[in-house]
Design a binder for this molecule. Sequence first.
Ligand SMILES: NC(=O)c1ccc[n+]([C@@H]2O[C@H](COP(=O)([O-])OP(=O)(O)OC[C@H]3O[C@@H](n4cnc5c(N)ncnc54)[C@H](O)[C@@H]3O)[C@@H](O)[C@H]2O)c1
Length: 401
Amino acid sequence: MKVAIIGQGYVGLTISAFASQVHEVIGFDNSEKVVAHLNAGESHIEGVSSEVLKSAIKNGMYRATSIGSDISNVEIVVIAVPTPLDLNREPDLSYIESACSTIALNIKKPILVINESTSFPGTIRNLIKPLIEKLSPTKIEHLYAISPERVDPGRVDWDQENTPRLYAGLTPEASKLTHLFYSTFCDNLVEVSSPEVAEAAKLFENTFRQVNIALVNEFAQISNAIGISVYETLEAANTKPYGFMKFNPSAGVGGHCIPVDPSYLAYAASKKGVPATFIERANEVNLEMPKYIVSRVKADNGGSLKGKKVQVVGVAYKPNVADVRETPAELVINELMLEGAIVDWHDPLVKEWHNQQSSSLGGSEIAIVVTLHDVSDRAEVISSAPYVFDTTGKLTGVKGL
Ligand SMILES: NC(=O)c1ccc[n+]([C@@H]2O[C@H](COP(=O)([O-])OP(=O)(O)OC[C@H]3O[C@@H](n4cnc5c(N)ncnc54)[C@H](O)[C@@H]3O)[C@@H](O)[C@H]2O)c1
């Protein structure tokens, strides 16, 4: 099949890498910089190797473009663009709307449009389909389906091939074609009865994580107040073979999914007049963690951080990726600056952030470890400052949650 994938970021490029083993893929991205790198065979995403990309380009199975008319001959378009929150923490659908415009203005025959971007129930039926129809110069009846993406960038045990994939078409024909497409590179496809179920399932999966992370973060604070180790207590609870799932405390949640997706569900709930109290409280607890951590560090250091040199170690939102979107490290740094500390950061994977280069490890009075990558030498991190506060639970012999 000839396939266009709109958005060549974490999701779109990952899908492109798998799909281009079997299909002719055009990776459409409106960033010319991204397109130039991709056409030079350089991947910017963990989990997609430049070798795989180069080989797909060489075999004529992949090319990237920013030119809308380049997608006019495809049979399937997959939408994989950002779905962030706006300043009011409500869904920002402008990227999806722009992708719809690209489809409407360039596709002149009936195709299958699949949305992989995370959004609230009803997005494919009530937003994408009507918008494409409204913007198309000629009336075309496309097929529409949803297949929410579950990729976990950097993860190697679960990938596009073995992670079960949910899908549903707006019509049986759309479902059938969606199945045909994904079955060429995914082993386990799960059809649900409507696109709304698939869209809501994706949101609930991430809400489940958000709420449980908040719960364990609150429990870390309770454990510390009681004077017990949160880690030992969690290990103890985890010996129960059923009815318990262990989550680890941290400086908060980051990335494009966990801090964002639950608010899409809360938005859908609010439109129906239903409260989403767990989501709202979980959000608050996770966002308050940096303040709590800084208050602990302050208490351990004579009650003031004014003028003290503090290094934040690991600013990526999770281990082994360079992704800093929504990273809790940013909030930790803000809290430290509010306390008058002199702050710098070190991350072996994030070379540049907010136009600043990563500092070398060490040289501060205090280190706060927010994210610990596998490449980081633990002994070096432990000895990087006279006082080290670990939020990851991976370092021994230092202060921590
Ligand atoms: N990153 C993840 O781990 C993950 C996992 C599951 C689902 N998702 C969802 O997938 C969607 C995409 O996320 P991502 O992480 O791949 O985003 P990303 O920021 O990594 O990539 C998005 C890409 O889309 C491009 N883009 C933006 N608007 C465009 C447009 N109108 N036309 C063409 N290209 C455009 C950007 O230049 C960028 O390269 C989001 O809805 C996200 O919630 C992400």
